[in-house]
Design a protein around this ligand. Structure first.
Ligand SMILES: *[C@@H]1O[C@H](CO)[C@@H](O)[C@H](O)[C@H]1NC(C)=O
Ligand SMILES: *[C@@H]1O[C@H](CO)[C@@H](O)[C@H](O)[C@H]1NC(C)=O
Ligand SMILES: *[C@@H]1O[C@H](CO)[C@@H](O)[C@H](O)[C@H]1NC(C)=O
Ligand SMILES: *[C@@H]1O[C@H](CO)[C@@H](O)[C@H](O)[C@H]1NC(C)=O
Ligand SMILES: *[C@@H]1O[C@H](CO)[C@@H](O)[C@H](O)[C@H]1NC(C)=O
Ligand SMILES: *[C@@H]1O[C@H](CO)[C@@H](O)[C@H](O)[C@H]1NC(C)=O
Ligand SMILES: *[C@@H]1O[C@H](CO)[C@@H](O)[C@H](O)[C@H]1NC(C)=O
Length: 284
C-alpha cells in the first residue's frame, strides 16, 4: 500500500490458577511498541493508511463519516456511513463487541473516534480496534467484502494439561463460528461455553472453555464463515495446541477462547453427564 503508515500495539497476558478456589488472577501486560499516546489501555491496534495533504473536501467527508458512525453506533451497537462523491467519497463502518452494554459501547466508540482523529488525522483510510469496538473508514468501498489478513494474535502462557482433549473440545465449541456467521441480528456475534469432564486443570478441577466469534456486520453468512474459519485455523497454528486462551483478530473478524469467563454476561452453568460434554451457546 503506497504511503501507508501502520502502527501496532502488541499485548500479551498471563493467567495463573490458584489452588484452593476457582480464583484466577489475570495479569495484563500491555507492551506498547510504537508511539501510542495517552493511557488508552483498551486500544488493541490501529492502522493509518494513505496520507493526504490539502484536501479539505476529503477531510470534511472523513469527519462527517466518523461523526455519523459514533452517533449511530452509540444508539444501535453497529453502523455504516458514507459521505461525499467521486474520489473523495468516504465509506465507514463501526461495531461494538456483541455482549457489551450500550454505555460501554458508546464510550468505546467515542474513544476510538477521538484516537483515530488525533493520530490518523491525515490518513485517507484507517482502522482501529479496541477491546469492545472497532471503527474503519476507507475511500474504497469495502462494504460486504472480507479481508482475512491478520491484525494480531494473543495467547495465554498458561498451558492446558491435556492438549488433545482440549483441542477436541474446542472443535466442538466451533459451532459458535457458524452461529456468528448466521446471526441475523446485525451483530454477527456468537458465544458459547463448553464443559467436558475429561478436561481438568492442574488442580484436577473440570474447566469450562468460553468462546466467542464475531465478523464485521456487513458480511453475509458465507463471507463471514470463510473469515472465521481462517481465524480459527490461525488460532491452531499461532497459539499452539496447549494454550489455555487465544485471541485472533483479522481485519474482518475475530475468534477468542479462554478458560475463564471474559464476556459481560453469565450463562447458567452446564453440568455434563460423566461421559460427554455439555455445550451452551447463543447470539445475545
Ligand atoms: C503519514 O503521516 C504520519 C503522521 O503525520 C507520519 O508519521 C508518517 O510518516 C506519514 N507516512 C508517510 C508514508 O508519509
Ligand atoms: C475535521 O475534524 C478535525 C478534528 O475534529 C478538525 O480539526 C478539522 O478542522 C475538521 N476539518 C474539516 C474540513 O471539517
Ligand atoms: C448501510 O448499509 C445498508 C445495508 O447494507 C445499505 O442499505 C445502506 O445503503 C448503507 N448506508 C450507507 C450510508 O452506506
Ligand atoms: C483501503 O482499501 C484498499 C483497497 O481495497 C486496501 O488496499 C487498503 O488496505 C484499505 N485500507 C485500510 C486501512 O485497510
Ligand atoms: C506451553 O507450551 C508451549 C508450546 O507447547 C511451550 O513453548 C511453553 O514453554 C509452555 N509454557 C509453559 C508455562 O509450560
Ligand atoms: C444466513 O443466516 C440467517 C440466520 O440463520 C438465515 O436466515 C439466512 O437464510 C442465511 N443466509 C444465507 C445466505 O445462508
Ligand atoms: C457474573 O458472575 C460473577 C461471579 O458470580 C459476578 O461477579 C459478575 O458480576 C456477573 N456478571 C454479570 C454480567 O452478571
Amino acid at each position: 500500500m503506497e504511503g501507508a503508515a501502520t502502527e501496532y500495539t502488541y499485548m500479551t497476558y498471563i493467567s495463573m490458577a490458584f489452588s484452593n478456589h476457582l480464583l484466577f488472577l489475570f495479569v495484563l501486560i500491555v507492551l506498547i511498541i510504537s508511539g501510542i499516546k495517552g493511557d488508552d489501555t483498551d486500544l488493541i491496534s490501529k492502522e493509518c493508511g494513505k496520507n493526504f495533504t490539502n484536501n479539505d473536501n476529503l477531510q470534511a467527508n472523513i469527519n462527517s463519516t466518523i461523526f455519523d458512525l459514533v452517533t449511530k453506533t452509540s444508539a444501535y451497537g453497529f453502523a455504516n456511513s458514507s459521505h461525499g462523491s467521486g474520489s473523495d467519497t468516504v465509506y465507514g463502518i463501526a461495531e461494538c463487541r456483541g455482549d457489551v452494554s450500550v454505555q460501554t459501547c458508546s464510550t468505546c466508540i467515542a474513544n476510538a473516534a477521538q484516537q483515530i482523529q488525533t493520530t490518523c488525522w491525515n490518513a485517507a483510510e484507517s482502522r482501529i480496534w479496541y477491546q469492545y469496538c472497532f471503527l474503519y473508514y476507507n475511500t474504497s468501498n469495502f462494504i460486504g467484502q472480507a479481508d482475512i489478513n491478520e491484525v494480531g494474535v494473543w495467547y495465554s502462557t498458561e498451558n492446558t494439561t491435556n492438549p488433545k482433549v482440549f483441542q477436541n473440545t474446542l472443535n466442538e465449541l466451533s459451532v459458535v463460528l457458524w452461529l456468528a456467521a448466521s446471526d441475523a441480528e446485525n451483530r454477527k456475534f456468537g458465544w458459547g461455553q463448553i464443559e467436558n469432564h475429561n478436561l481438568k486443570n492442574s488442580n484436577d478441577e473440570t474447566i469450562i472453555i468460553y468462546g466467542m466469534a464475531q465478523c464485521t456486520w456487513d458480511l453475509d453468512n458465507s463471507t463471514c464463515s470463510h473469515c472465521l474459519l481462517n481465524a480459527f485455523n490461525i488460532r491452531e497454528s499461532k497459539c499452539g495446541e496447549a494454550a489455555a486462551g487465544c485471541y485472533v483478530i483479522t481485519k474482518s473478524c475475530a475468534v477468542r477462547y479462554e478458560v475463564n469467563p471474559f464476556l459481560f454476561f453469565n450463562a447458567t452453568a452446564v453440568n455434563p453427564p460423566e461421559t460427554t460434554s455439555s455445550i451452551i451457546f447463543g447470539n445475545i
